[in-house]
Design a protein around this ligand. Structure first.
Ligand SMILES: [Zn+2]
Length: 274
């Protein structure tokens, strides 16, 4: 589209990224060795997230969990940067630019899911680069393992914020706000705190992921199994991440042990961007 607009956008991104750098240095101490965690609360401002007419604004749930996650990680000594810390709209390139402005960083996007089908439920974790799989595995292991919701698995997919970040990056969908049960969970502060605690556990455990394929959650925090994943990078939407999705039933049934439900692969989520 208009190149002037693109150029303006680019400089805006740069500016905001630089500002974010400045803030973060002030906001944190010396954390030798630990990565900076860039937390990305999905949507914001005029972008409510979710689907049209959705009662609970996804952007608010995302921000709340993201802020709780920030608090948990900061208490664990991590330097944390928020791509947004209030109800504002932040363009996706800006979110990416912030993440990419740190050399030793990981990027964690927090979202909730939605779909017209009220029955759809469960936790999904997305990644794109292979380097991000251990982080995705650890985050998913804890979030899906700790939530009462069903486990919709780890998925590889080329969402913009995952594709364009050059640090390990994950996007966790913390349940469906269009599902009455999961919506009621999400509306309790204790549940959102639980989600934040579990995501933080995943961040802390990202280096303890073994390649042994197991889907059961074990008691020790030392051995986190690398999660199997569905590769959705070939999904035939014209562009990754628009609100429209194909309703194709690629019923790729894949049975594996435990409560993992590889089957709902394409049926539920709206596959929104950012
Ligand atoms: Zn979202």
């Amino acid at each position: 589209m208009a190149t002037n607009f693109c150029r303006l956008n680019f400089f805006l991104c740069l500016l905001i990224a630089l500002l974010a750098c400045g803030n973060s240095h002030a906001a944190s101490g010396d954390n030798s060795g630990l990565p900076t965690v860039v937390i990305d609360a999905g949507h914001g401002g005029h972008d409510r997230g979710g689907i049209p007419g959705q009662r609970i604004a996804e952007k608010d749930m995302n921000l709340d969990v993201a802020q709780r996650l920030r608090n948990v990680l900061a208490a664990n000594g991590y330097r944390v940067v928020m791509t947004r810390d209030s109800d504002v709209f932040v363009p996706l390139p800006t979110r990416v630019a912030i993440a990419n402005s740190y050399r030793n960083a990981i990027f964690v996007c927090v979202h909730f899911n939605s779909t017209q089908r009220r029955g759809a439920a469960g936790i999904e974790t997305y990644f794109y680069s292979r380097d991000s799989l251990p982080l995705a595995s650890a985050v998913h292991y804890y979030v899906a393992g700790g939530a009462p919701s069903s486990n919709r698995g780890v998925r590889r997919r080329g969402y913009y914020v995952l594709r364009k970040t050059n640090v390990p990056a994950v996007l966790v969908e913390c349940g469906f706000l269009t599902n009455p049960t999961e919506a009621s969970y999400a509306q309790t502060a204790s549940y959102r705190q639980k989600l934040a605690d579990e995501i933080a556990a995943g961040v802390r455990g990202r280096n303890s992921v073994s390649s042994a394929r197991s889907t059961t959650r074990v008691a020790t925090s030392e051995a986190i199994p690398m999660q199997p994943y569905m590769d959705q990078t070939k999904v035939t939407s014209s562009k990754q991440g628009k609100s429209k999705r194909s309703h194709k039933k690629s019923a790729r049934k894949k049975k594996s042990s435990s409560k993992r439900s590889g089957s709902e692969a394409r049926s539920g989520s709206t596959n929104r961007e950012g």
